[in-house]
Design a protein around this ligand. Structure first.
Ligand code: BG6
Length: 478
């Protein structure tokens, strides 16, 4: 018997900019992700300050969830999803970000999506901002570098939380807020743009401005939590961290200490602020030693304390190692590289697969925070092929997922309070880092290629049937 409690939230996850398309429809404004051209496995994604109509921008059509959500939700219903993690495109609701009034057509769109989910008994889990800051806030205010953006975000959060107060219970404020610790988060997550930036995931960077932007995001998140709890005290509002689990490369104390330091900055800093409501001591030292100073508004300390989250969610794909010595072999990973671990195999995109690391991570997080946990992203990006009979035998994906589910089961037996699991990219979608379609995660195949060609037809993969059984048996039938 598996250890998943009755009511465990099994489901899948997507983000608006990687799925919806319809980028100019229904009164939607441009978002930062609409300004990024498609990349490839090896070429970076390029940000363009204006849209060049001759180029291919994957988010503009994505997989057309905007028009096909009914068909897609029916498939999620068929698999028996209990929960569906999605994001609202901020620029569908406030096309310019700083508008006084929301766009009614955008609000109506999500009314329909939530109603459709309810039809199948699927609980929506909504990320307010998943790499989708309205582009006008970038050009006019430099995104979260300005405190004005805090107010725009809170207005947006209050608007959607009020509108959907009877349709949505689970909310997340910012997707992978800790990407702001890396330069990769400057433009993508915070909308901070320095002149000369070309590569979306490697923009021109100023850590002082970036960490101030991250502080402003913390305040925005806390204010949204406070407002949300007033709108509906039943709301569960969480944080979302990209968990980059890391191990010391050797038992040399210098490796262990450096690993602990990196782990604190990358993984614990943001969670500590959002769960505990204060800046931890280690980050104060890091700021002192790196010449960073954060300007706090008069009420910020109190706001951070009052706006702590109800539950902690995270993405988990891979792990890597840390060494104090140079010259070690590196491997690719989610948002950052790391040193290769000789005990792990990697995906075709070089991400090291580590199911046991998920159990380790869940235990660590449980011990640190003691609040409910949810894995809201986990999955395998792979290049699926359709055989002659039109089937997609993705046994490698089933294997990846099965092994991760087994370790979640173990973690629950260890005493971890894990309440849900949403597999990333439950339907094939545009890869965030590469812009490819070929890097597929889904239980559902979408006929579209890297150049944007295809019928958009949906097909069930073998993993679709596997997940359906897993959910029906609440984790018993692995
Ligand atoms: C996470 C993001 O970092 O990783 C998702 O929240 C993203 O938006 C996912 O899609 C997988 O990364 P990629 O680059 O394979 O799409």
């Amino acid at each position: 018997m598996a250890n998943f409690k009755e009511g465990f939230l099994w489901g899948g996850a997507i983000a608006a900019n990687q799925c919806e398309g319809g980028y100019k429809e229904g009164g939607k404004g441009l978002s930062v992700s609409d300004m990024v051209k498609g990349g490839t496995h090896s070429e970076p994604r390029i940000f363009t300050p204006t849209i060049d109509e001759a180029q291919y921008y994957p988010s503009h059509e994505a997989v057309d969830f905007y028009h096909r959500f009914k068909e897609d939700i029916a498939l999620f219903g068929e698999m028996g999803f209990k929960v569906f993690r999605m994001s609202i495109a901020w620029s569908r609701i406030f096309p310019n970000g700083d508008d006084e009034q929301p766009n009614e057509e955008g609000l109506q769109y999500y009314d329909q999506v939530f109603d459709e989910l309810r039809k199948y008994g699927i609980e929506p889990l909504v990320t307010l901002s998943h790499y989708e800051i309205p582009y006008n806030l970038v050009t006019k205010y430099n995104g979260f570098a300005s405190r004005k953006t805090i107010d725009f975000f809170v207005r947006y959060a209050e608007t959607v939380m009020t509108r959907y107060q009877n349709k949505v219970k689970y909310w997340l404020t910012f997707n992978e807020i800790n990407i702001g610790v890396l330069n990769a988060g400057g433009l993508l997550s915070m909308g901070i743009l320095h002149e000369g930036t070309r590569e979306m995931f490697n923009p021109i960077d100023d850590p002082q401005i970036r960490f101030q932007g991250l502080h402003n995001q913390f305040v925005a998140s806390a204010k949204a939590v406070i407002a949300g709890h007033k709108i509906n005290p039943e709301f569960k509002i969480g944080c979302m961290i990209a968990h980059m689990t890391m191990y010391p490369h050797t038992c040399n104390p210098s490796d262990v200490l450096l690993c602990q330091h990196r782990d604190q900055i990358m993984n614990s800093f943001c969670g500590d602020v959002q769960v505990r409501g204060t800046y931890p001591g280690f980050i104060q030292r890091h700021f002192r030693e790196n010449g960073i100073s954060i300007a706090f508004g008069d009420d910020d300390e109190a706001i951070l304390k009052a706006g702590v989250v109800d539950y902690y969610t995270f993405s988990y794909y891979m792990t890597s190692c840390v060494s104090h010595e140079s010259g070690k072999e590196f491997t690719a990973g989610n948002l950052m590289n790391g040193i290769k671990n000789p005990y792990l195999q990697a995906s075709d995109w070089g991400w090291q697969i580590d199911p046991v690391g998920l159990r380790y991570t869940l235990n660590q997080l449980h011990d640190r925070y003691g609040i409910p946990l949810m894995v809201v992203e986990n999955g395998l990006g792979a290049d699926d092929t359709i055989d002659q009979s039109g089937n997609i035998h993705d046994d490698y994906r089933i294997d990846y997922l099965r092994r991760h589910v087994q370790e979640m089961d173990e973690a629950i037996a260890d005493g971890v309070n894990l309440i849900g699991y949403t597999m990333w990219g439950c339907i094939d979608l545009v890869s965030a880092q590469t812009g490819e379609m070929k890097k597929r995660y889904g239980f559902i195949y979408v006929d579209k290629d890297n150049a944007g060609e295809g019928t958009l037809e949906r097909k069930r993969k073998d993993s679709f049937y596997w997940y359906k059984k897993l959910i029906a048996s609440n984790g018993d039938e692995l």
